[in-house]
Design a protein around this ligand. Structure first.
Ligand SMILES: C[S@@+](CC[C@H](N)C(=O)[O-])C[C@H]1O[C@@H](n2cnc3c(N)ncnc32)[C@H](O)[C@@H]1O
Length: 382
């Protein structure tokens, strides 16, 4: 259930059949307005698009919108409305955005206005020539004010871990299944060598947004509601690769956890069980997750090897050098978290998280991509 219903768009607005042509038209007009990740980063003075997409609330809080805007005016206004989730004077919006673009946004209910001011009702992330609709996880109604959205079941915009998963998806060939698809970003970015991409999510609102994002970007990818743990695919429909950017962020407050919140160990065990029912023999399952390294083990790789001890599984671990998703041994020992961390907001939350982790014997937290290969001869489990 979503608590803050009045703030969220009704997802049927973007999935009903009449919406599809308007979504296509919207994509063309966003392109024409030069709304892309580089212009968005330039508009807020971010050193890279990845910095902006990893920390949009921070850019909203610390000013975000630069005057005069170095990016084209329309891209700058779109960045404010749909990435920084700011409220803008109506005069600025109508001066910068072509009337036809504003008409598409209004027709899909993606903006609202009081007459004097405009605000976006969704987040729109431009990336590699495509656009991704999602919920706004925060709003910034005034400078130095950021209000987190309430409720569970929100559709997260593409974020740091999504972008980390992208290089793996880029290497996939033939067919790709996006597990826990969220906005559908990974399936819709599957590379040129992929001729079939699909995705599913436990959260029906994610599936609605992913379906709308496929329409928006002119993709044939199909998205369905399903649970990873019980998923299976008919033998002739199985995929060459699948990836689960899994919700494994450790939290000290259960209320803040994501849908399906789990541990990397649990996701890995489920992946080993599910992969033969979903992938072809010789296919590869990838899991992106955060490994909690116990004090008695040296590294995340050693921890995964410990989980797999005694099993005949062909698996490899790649540790990711991403400070915003890592808690080092030193940080845990000193009970201080780096200022760019995405694992806690503010000093109090960071302290609580580090204390909880230390109490349960965790020495470090490390993001990894684990790949599991299905044996050429493996028989699917019934
Ligand atoms: C970290 S988000 C990743 C979203 C998207 N793939 C991305 O990279 O931006 C995890 C997603 O997994 C979904 N999820 C959690 N548990 C699941 C399960 N058991 N089966 C399918 N999806 C699940 C959540 O609803 C959420 O959309």
């Amino acid at each position: 259930m979503v608590a803050a219903q009045e703030r969220l768009i009704d997802e049927t607005t973007i999935t009903e059949p009449d919406a599809a042509p308007v979504l296509r038209s919207l994509a063309d007009r966003l392109h024409d307005a030069d709304f892309d990740e580089k212009n968005a980063a330039a508009a807020v003075g971010a050193p890279s698009p990845e910095q902006l997409l990893g920390h949009p609330a921070r850019y909203a809080f610390f000013g975000g919108h630069r005057h005069p805007a170095p990016a084209p005016a329309a891209a700058s206004v779109l960045t404010s409305l749909f990435i920084l989730n700011q409220t803008l004077p109506a005069a600025d919006v109508t001066a910068a955005l072509p009337a036809a673009l504003l008409a598409d946004l209004r027709s899909l209910d993606l903006v609202s206005t009081t007459g004097e001011r405009y605000r976006g009702r969704v987040s729109i992330t431009p990336y590699r020539g495509q656009f991704f609709l999602s919920d706004q996880l925060f709003r910034s109604p005034a400078p130095h004010v950021v209000e987190p959205a309430e409720g569970t079941g929100l559709v997260m915009p593409p974020h740091t871990s999504t972008l980390l998963a992208l290089s793996t998806v880029d290497s996939v060939e033939d067919s790709f299944l996006d597990i826990g698809c969220g906005t559908g970003f990974l399936a819709l970015n599957a590379g040129r060598r992929v001729n079939r991409a699909a995705g599913f999510d436990l959260n029906p609102r994610c599936v609605a947004f992913a379906t709308a994002n496929a329409a928006l970007n002119g993709s044939e990818a199909r998205f369905t509601v399903a649970d990873f743990a019980t998923h299976q695919v008919e033998a002739q429909e199985r995929f060459q690769a699948m990836l689960f950017n899994a919700p494994t962020i450790p939290t000290a407050q259960p209320g803040l956890s994501e849908i399906g919140q789990t541990t990397a160990e649990h996701v890995l065990n489920t992946t080993i069980e599910v992969a033969p029912r979903v992938l072809r023999p010789g296919g590869t399952a990838y899991v992106l997750g955060l490994v909690e390294v116990p004090q008695r083990l040296a590294t995340a790789t050693a921890t995964v090897e410990h989980w797999l001890a005694g099993r005949t599984v062909e698996a490899t671990v790649r540790e990711l050098d991403t400070p915003s998703l890592t808690i080092t041994r030193r940080e845990l020992a000193d009970r201080t978290l780096n200022g760019h961390s995405l694992l806690a907001f503010g000093r109090d939350q960071a302290q609580r998280l580090l204390t909880v982790l230390a109490e349960r014997g965790v020495a470090a937290v490390v993001p990894v991509i684990i790949s599991v290969r299905v044996a050429e001869t493996e028989r699917p489990t019934p």
